[in-house]
Ligand binder design. Structure first.
Ligand code: HEC
Ligand code: HEC
Ligand code: HEC
Ligand code: HEC
Ligand code: HEC
Ligand code: HEC
Ligand code: HEC
Ligand code: HEC
Length: 485
């Protein structure tokens, strides 16, 4: 009972802590005092670079930074003992301007960004699927493909210049020479670093497209994408204040829902905060977000025990950390729904979320869980080698949960009927048309029938296979039907 009270307290306290609800929706302003920038030696950089790289200098001249007198050296300055520092025309500079460097002036954004899922994007490859890069591709695919979105671990050569296999790179979880993670220019293209440009869907779909995250296709085929396309000019993208329903109302962009301000809820640079599910795994589970005292974060499935405030548990990297707060899936969903309510009714938003959750549950129960259980049984009985992707069944399974399963779940999350159906159609056709056949090949007829019986037969979802005459709740056909499909 006492534990429950504590959980409740920590969950309501954390709402204020995490979602930044406050009377003021204006984001915190620049943290460094203006007398500490506008470095005198920085003026020479502009003069010379106006000739040697005029495009870049022009971009800077059109930026909020130039207007506020923040010059090249204010960002590119470095100390001699920085790993990537170099002597350049009489100044010590570094080419990389890391989140930590931007954070000297933009502490609020840095704090929100550090610890967010975006900063884990390099680790996620290492932790979850290095084989994908290595077996399907090679190092060069990693450098020019995966790492362009996920980020590279930037290596510095002896003279302070950057290793060509790891830079240029502005991947979202890039590991910088100063140890900080991410790249602010992943979304804020340089050298304008504009907030209007980062509010565009294209700032996200540069990475959020394709099999890992089909959100470009999803958004474009949602009603939101349709309305955005038609009413772009009414979106007020350049406004200092950009609160949904107040400063714009034509349509939400990716940023509105995942980062943007709504009502009294502030905007955030932690894009994962408002997501309650993990939609990119073999089986989706609802997720707690654990915040550690040092700002690090970690997601835990609701099947794991809930950590208490003050307790020490493992962080993502394996080291121990003290828990500061825990955001429950319901709270995270609540924050996301706050955005919807600026343009829709409560019932509308609730029902839309229910339709989404139902698709995730359907995917889990009908395909995700049985397929995962069968794969696990085959591995534990050594009928599959532990080496990933060397057997056709492993590739089929990956396409099932990843390509099709991700598309269906993202489609339902963001109201794209075409992607919801296309994704589920891919899952279904792979499951019945290929997965089960390959399970029989791998396990032999007898063993396969036993596994299939254990995990599929008896489930209402697959009853149509064994009992075709049973009335179908969707189409209403059944005994005596002349359905020809
Ligand atoms: C007298 C001209 C001149 C001045 C002054 C100058 N630069 Fe440069 N800088 C250049 C040229 C030319 C290059 C390109 C060199 C090359 O192509 O390798 C360059 C390259 C760079 C690079 C890229 C290095 C790389 O690894 O790609 C950065 C960053 C840079 N300058 C920043 C600055 C800053 C900051 C200042 C002011 C402290 C400055 N520059 C002052 C001429 C200048
Ligand atoms: C607001 C901070 C900021 C300011 C101001 C700034 N830069 Fe940069 N600059 C960056 C960032 C961020 C990068 C990307 C490096 C990376 O990958 O982290 C960059 C990259 C560069 C590069 C190498 C990339 C390329 O495209 O060649 C050069 C050269 C450069 N800056 C020169 C300048 C010059 C010259 C000025 C002034 C006219 C300037 N910068 C002003 C942040 C800044
Ligand atoms: C176009 C950008 C892009 C490229 C290229 C890319 N990814 Fe991703 N990847 C993403 C995004 C975005 C997500 C996040 C998906 C989500 O959470 O919805 C992701 C997620 C993942 C995940 C976690 C869950 C999942 O979907 O499997 C892994 C593992 C992963 N990527 C590995 C790789 C590897 C390995 C490569 C190269 C072979 C690669 N990615 C190439 C953008 C990319
Ligand atoms: C995932 C994309 C993304 C990344 C990465 C990102 N930003 Fe932003 N940033 C945005 C968007 C979108 C906005 C506008 C948010 C809004 O209006 O709700 C913004 C706004 C800002 C603003 C203006 C805030 C204001 O209220 O005027 C600053 C300053 C800023 N970002 C700094 C940073 C810094 C520093 C980093 C790196 C630590 C960073 N951003 C990384 C997307 C991003
Ligand atoms: C030396 C201080 C300083 C540094 C370092 C710095 N900025 Fe800024 N930044 C400012 C100031 C000052 C403004 C203007 C604030 C205003 O207009 O209210 C600004 C404005 C911005 C904006 C809002 C632009 C708009 O469209 O209104 C963004 C985005 C931004 N910075 C991102 C960055 C990023 C990313 C970095 C690192 C690459 C960075 N800043 C480094 C001081 C800095
Ligand atoms: C440079 C590539 C890149 C850009 C740009 C980018 N993302 Fe991501 N994003 C990723 C990758 C990679 C992941 C997966 C990271 C992980 O799981 O650790 C991800 C994960 C996410 C997630 C999943 C969070 C969760 O709960 O798992 C959301 C939501 C998201 N991004 C939203 C956005 C939005 C909104 C924008 C634009 C403002 C954006 N991203 C821009 C690469 C990018
Ligand atoms: C109308 C609001 C809305 C818009 C617009 C929107 N999203 Fe989403 N997004 C959601 C919701 C709701 C979820 C599911 C949240 C959950 O798990 O509870 C989601 C899920 C995601 C995920 C998967 C996170 C996970 O849990 O694995 C990613 C990645 C993502 N969105 C990126 C984007 C990108 C990129 C865009 C723009 C192209 C975009 N979203 C547009 C509401 C939106
Ligand atoms: C900035 C305003 C805005 C926000 C915020 C917003 N929407 Fe919408 N939404 C719209 C508009 C406009 C339409 C198109 C209405 C129409 O059918 O004409 C729409 C349509 C929809 C539709 C399709 C309805 C249908 O009739 O087919 C769904 C579902 C939906 N929104 C869900 C959501 C959810 C869930 C959220 C929050 C995660 C959300 N919306 C946030 C403006 C918004």
């Amino acid at each position: 009972m006492i534990r429950m009270v504590k959980i409740f307290l920590s969950s309501s306290l954390c709402f204020y802590l995490l979602f930044g609800v406050s009377q003021s929706v204006l984001a915190a302003k620049v943290t460094l005092d203006s007398s500490s920038w506008g470095l005198e030696e920085g003026k020479a950089c502009v003069d010379c670079h106006a000739k040697s790289s005029s495009g870049l200098t022009h971009q800077w001249k059109n930026s909020a930074h130039a207007q506020a007198n923040v010059n090249c050296l204010d960002c590119h300055q470095a100390y001699e003992d920085d790993a990537d520092s170099m002597e350049h025309e009489g100044s010590i500079i570094a080419t990389i301007v890391s989140p930590k460097d931007c954070g000297r002036c933009h502490e609020t954004e840095l704090k929100q960004q550090q610890g967010s899922v975006h900063t884990k994007a390099v680790d996620i490859i290492k932790n979850r699927m290095p084989a994908l890069a290595e077996h399907f591709g090679s190092l060069s695919i990693n450098d020019a493909g995966c790492a362009k979105c996920h980020g590279s671990e930037v290596k510095v050569k002896g003279d302070g210049t950057l290793d060509s296999t790891t830079w240029p790179n502005s991947g979202i979880g890039r590991i910088n020479p100063d140890g900080s993670k991410g790249s602010c220019s992943a979304c804020h293209g340089r050298h304008q670093f504009s907030k209007a440009q980062a509010r565009e869907p294209a700032a996200c779909t540069f990475c959020h497209s394709g099999p890992d995250s089909p959100d470009k296709a999803v958004y474009e085929t949602s009603k939101h994408g349709m309305m955005y396309e038609a009413h772009k000019s009414e979106m007020n993208m350049g406004s200092d204040s950009w609160v949904a329903g107040k400063d714009y109302s034509a349509a939400p962009t990716c940023v509105s829902c995942h980062m943007g301000a709504a009502g009294k809820m502030k905007s955030t640079h932690d894009v994962g905060m408002r997501d309650s599910w993990n939609l990119n795994e073999g089986v989706s589970t609802q997720q707690y977000l654990v915040i550690f005292e040092d700002g690090e974060k970690r997601e835990l499935s609701t099947s794991d025990p809930v950590p208490r405030r003050g307790e020490s548990i493992n962080k993502m990297d394996g080291s121990m950390g003290k828990v500061k707060a825990v955001a429950f899936p319901k709270r995270r969903r609540g924050a996301m729904t706050k955005v919807c309510l600026e343009c829709h009714s409560k019932n509308f938003a609730k029902n839309a979320m229910l339709q989404f959750d139902n698709v995730v549950e359907l995917y889990n129960e009908k395909y995700g869980k049985p397929a995962q259980a069968i794969m696990q049984a085959l591995y534990s009985e050594n009928l599959l080698t532990p080496l990933p992707f060397d057997e056709p069944l492993e590739i089929t399974y990956w396409k099932l949960w990843h390509s099709g399963g991700t598309r269906a779940r993202h489609g339902a999350a963001m109201a794209s009927p075409s992607n919801t159906w296309e994704g589920m159609a891919e899952v279904g056709s792979l499951f019945y048309g290929k997965f089960l056949t390959q399970v029989r090949e791998v396990a032999g007829a007898e063993k396969a029938e036993k596994l299939i019986k254990q995990h599929i037969n008896g489930s209402e979802h697959h009853e149509w296979l064994n009992n075709p005459n049973k009335a179908n709740p969707i189409l209403g056909y059944g005994k005596g039907s002349t359905n020809e499909n």
